[in-house]
Design a protein around this ligand. Structure first.
Ligand code: KIV
Length: 263
């Protein structure tokens, strides 16, 4: 997969599948699937480090997880998230942040919002760094958005979302994530843009979908927003296996001869 495949898939109406991934073991599993694209999202701060939001993600954290995912899935197209404020200080500091992510194994970077980012996006794409945009619910802005909630509900907000999407496309983004927006506006933007949209909580009409690894596998029982589908009951499968280990240990069923070294 490369940025031209994203474009090709939009043109041929083939859905783009994207999944977050944060560690080597998971990347090894995903590497053997037909998933198109991995996102080392700043949601890593929540899913892997237990923080309450993505603001806690640091560049060091993003680079470490990107390196691990690249080691596990070197043949997948990997998008690395630029963390909170790392691309809002100066062009020089933003470029340094992007450089570190790319050198950690990302094939592209993702950033949130349009206003104030256009110049940096253009500079990045002109410098050989593909950029994925992210609009709608942009979790790095939770304090100005008033929490993790659906966006673009009014006509005015939908107009702004459309303008932001056009601005990102004009700046050079190769794709845009649309998070938690009504399906109607996601469909309209998808039809208007020439670059693909990838939805999460944006309905079925975007050019692709992205899910968080832990949500797809049902590993996170405390979090079940409307747009998540658990494709496995991961939490109970894993905890049952751990209980079986404890039970077998207590009953003497584990370890057996096959698990022993002979002298
Ligand atoms: O960090 C993340 O997981 C994301 C997805 C929700 C798109 O940005």
């Amino acid at each position: 997969m490369n940025i031209f495949d994203f474009q090709r898939k939009k043109q041929s109406n083939e859905k783009i599948s994207m999944l977050t991934c944060y560690d080597y073991t998971s990347a090894r599993i995903v590497a053997n699937t037909s998933i198109d694209c991995l996102l080392v999202g700043d949601s890593v701060a929540m899913t892997m480090h237990g923080f309450k939001d993505t603001l806690a993600a640091t560049l060091d954290m993003m680079c470490m997880h990107t390196e691990a995912v690249n080691r596990g899935a070197p043949n997948k197209f990997i998008v690395g998230d630029l963390p909170f404020l790392s691309y809002r200080k100066s062009i020089t500091k933003s470029v340094e942040a992007a450089e570190r992510l790319m050198k950690s194994g990302a094939n592209a970077i993702k950033l949130e919002g349009a206003i104030g980012n256009e110049k940096f996006i253009r500079h990045m794409t002109d410098s050989g760094v593909p950029v994925m945009g992210h609009l709608g619910l942009t979790p790095q802005l939770i304090h100005t958005l008033g929490g993790h909630k659906i966006q673009a509900k009014t006509e005015e907000a939908q107009e702004k979302l459309k303008n932001d999407a056009f601005a990102l496309q004009a700046a050079g983004c190769f794709a845009i994530v649309l998070e938690c927006v009504p399906r109607k506006i996601a469909k309209e933007i998808t039809e208007l843009l020439s670059i693909p949209t990838i939805g999460i909580g944006a309905g079925p009409d975007t050019n692709g979908q992205v899910l968080v690894f832990q949500d797809l596998l049902g590993l996170n029982i405390d979090f079940k927003p409307k747009f998540v589908k658990n494709f496995m009951k991961g939490f109970s499968h894993v905890s049952e296996s751990i209980e079986n280990y404890v039970k077998d240990l207590q009953s003497g069923d584990f370890p057996q001869n096959e698990h022993c070294y002979e002298s």
